[in-house]
Design a protein around this ligand. Sequence first.
Ligand SMILES: Cc1ncc(COP(=O)(O)O)c(C=O)c1O
Length: 413
Amino acid sequence: MRLDLNFVRDQFGQLADAPEFVFAANAGGSYVANQVNDMLAHYDRHTRVQPYERYESSNTAGVAMDRARSLWTQALDIDDDELTIGPSTSMNTYVLSQAISGTLNAGDEIVVTNQDHEANNGVWRRMAKERGVIVKEWQVDQDHGLLDPDALLALLSEKTRWVCFAHCSNIVGTLNPVELLVSMIKRNSPARVFVDAVALAPHRICNLRQLGVDGYVFSLYKVYGPHQSLMFVRRDLHDQLEPQCHYFNMGNANQMFNPAGPQHSLVAGCAGVIDYFQALHLHHFGGAQQPLPERLADLHGLISAHEDELAAPILDYLSNDTRVRLIGKSTVKDHDRAPTISFAPMKQSARAVATKMQDMNIGTESGHFYAYRLLDDLGINPEDGVVRISLVHYNQSADVEKILTALDASLTL
Ligand SMILES: Cc1ncc(COP(=O)(O)O)c(C=O)c1O
């Protein structure tokens, strides 16, 4: 079975606004599914009141917010009090670092990478500095920006308290094997594991129990939804961490790591993402009623097959062109690469190439995308950065043809 692209594309009104335009900057923020837009509009039009009171509009608002939490906890296979819905991943990781800070002592160690977005980097490094904690950096290889699990093994010790890395880098595009890494980390240290999945979630929603992580975060505005971030913090950690909410809200575990008040309509709108996935599942698989994580896994099979077909010709083109340096793996054959493809032009600035492509109606971007350390360490000037072509499952093969034509023209001097 193949992904029915007509059905998919019908769920995104913005695709119809400019049929000739190719949106290839999805890693910065995706289009929003109609289910989400409808829900936000309905919430703001009819239930924009303080939620959780007995009068009708308020009660309806609270039910909509609870429904979003319930659907996402099912999808991720976690409990309600393990889910924080906050304004952004950068904010969620910052708050979590404050909660962890007091549990660490001078001489403890944490591991961070030079592959990550700064949201999963600076917060841990600053926290470590304040506490006298030793930071070990798990470094990417110089050619492709990939992380080698053996190199992590060498950094682990009895003193390692946290290991923080990305499920998928927003530049490199290759997945880190989280399940394998978690079991390696747990066998060789007492460390907890925190994973930034922002660059993976638009392509795959994972079962977090299966992954075995202690913390996990991603941003729904890149997953066809509202500008919110979902963060999982394993319950057995809650008693050890310093709550970051008002003292009288401490009994409410889902507020522990969210000093911001909930953004009501946006929280409710998070349900629309699952409604979109459910509509996709129903269309392709009929009324099968298996648990939500299994339905999402079914969809992932269809989505990744389609995304691999989109990425392969672009990777093929870029890896054989001496005018560019491709970052990350040059193939998708191992099913461990998202269609997030970055390259540094050899003879022009990334900005110049991205601008030429934009002039040819390709919505691509250039820059460091907040993975400043990665580009610096790969010998690429972060101030100019890389060109990033980032696709998702609503992109089509016609988009890829236009991208290849634009790439060729833009790289020709
Ligand atoms: C891999 C990765 N991590 C974290 C973030 C930060 O997410 P947010 O914008 O929700 O703070 C981004 C945003 O681009 C990202 O790509």
